[in-house]
Design a protein around this ligand. Structure first.
Ligand SMILES: Nc1ncnc2c1ncn2[C@@H]1O[C@H](COP(=O)(O)OP(=O)(O)O)[C@@H](O)[C@H]1O
Ligand SMILES: [Mg+2]
Length: 205
C-alpha cells in the first residue's frame, strides 16, 4: 500500500459532465456464461446509445486481458483481481460522465458486489444475460466449450468452475428467447424508465 498519496480534487466534477452531456452516467454490468451474449448485446446497446448521442464505452473481457490484466489467469484469486481492476476502471468512466458497458463473465456474486459497492447506488446496473448452458454450448462462438470438454481448458465457467447467477439483478435479458435487437432494446427501455437517458434515435427506438 502506498503512503503519502493525497487525492487531488478535480476542477470539473461528475455532475458538471453529466449536465453538459444531458444524461446520467453509470456502469451497465453484463454478467453471464461464456457465449450467453454479453459482448454481442453490450455492443448492440453501445451502438444504440451512440446513435442517441449518449457517451459510452464498452470494456470487453478478452480485450482487457490482452492489456491491463494480461498478468492474470483464471484461478479464483485472479478472477477476483480481474474484476476488482475492471471495477476501478469502470468507476473512472462513470466519473467522466459516460455509460460504461462491461462484458465479463464475472461468475462470483461477491466480486460483483464489490464493484457495486465502489460506486453510488444509481451507478451500478447489473444485467443478467441469461441463457441455458446447453444453448451457450451449442453456440460456442469461440470453440471454448469444446476445448473445456476435452480438458484442454481448465477452470471453465459452467463446466469445471461455478457460475453464481445474480439473485436480484436490476435487469435480466434472456438471449435464448429474444433476438439481439430485442435484448438491446430491453436495456434501452430500462434506461429510459429510470430517466437515465432521454431523446429519440433516428429509427425511433
Ligand atoms: N439474442 C441474442 N443475444 C446475444 N447473442 C445472441 C443472441 N442470439 C444469438 N446470439 C449469438 O450468441 C453468441 C454470443 O456470443 P458472445 O456475445 O461472444 O457471448 P459472450 O460475450 O457472453 O461470451 C453470438 O454468436 C451471437 O450472435
Ligand atoms: Mg464476450
Amino acid at each position: 500500500m502506498s503512503t503519502n498519496i493525497v487525492w487531488h480534487q478535480a476542477s470539473v466534477t461528475k455532475e458538471d459532465r453529466r449536465k453538459r452531456n444531458g444524461h446520467h452516467s453509470c456502469i451497465l454490468w453484463f454478467t453471464g456464461l461464456s457465449g450467453s451474449g454479453k459482448s454481442t448485446v453490450a455492443n448492440a446497446v453501445s451502438k444504440k446509445l451512440f446513435d442517441l448521442c449518449v457517451q459510452n464505452y464498452v470494456l470487453d473481457g478478452d480485450n482487457i486481458r490482452h492489456g491491463l490484466n494480461k498478468d492474470l489467469g483464471f484461478s479464483a484469486e485472479d478472477r477476483t483481481e480481474n474484476i476488482r481492476r475492471i471495477g476501478e476502471v469502470a468507476k473512472l468512466f462513470v466519473d467522466s460522465g459516460q455509460f460504461v458497458l462491461t462484458a465479463f463473465i464475472s461468475p462470483f456474486a461477491q466480486d460483483r458486489e464489490l464493484v457495486r459497492n465502489l460506486v453510488e447506488k444509481d451507478e451500478f446496473i447489473e444485467i443478467y444475460v441469461k441463457c441455458p448452458l446447453e444453448e451457450c454450448e451449442r453456440r460456442d462462438p469461440k470453440g471454448l466449450y469444446k476445448k473445456a470438454r476435452n480438458g484442454e481448458i481448465r477452470n471453465f465457467t459452467g463446466i469445471d468452475s461455478p457460475y453464481e447467477a445474480p439473485v436480484s439483478p436490476e435487469l435480466t435479458i434472456e438471449t435464448h428467447r429474444y433476438t439481439i435487437d430485442e435484448c438491446a432494446n430491453q436495456v434501452i427501455a430500462y434506461l429510459r424508465e429510470r430517466n437515465f437517458i432521454k431523446g429519440e434515435s433516428e429509427n425511433g427506438v
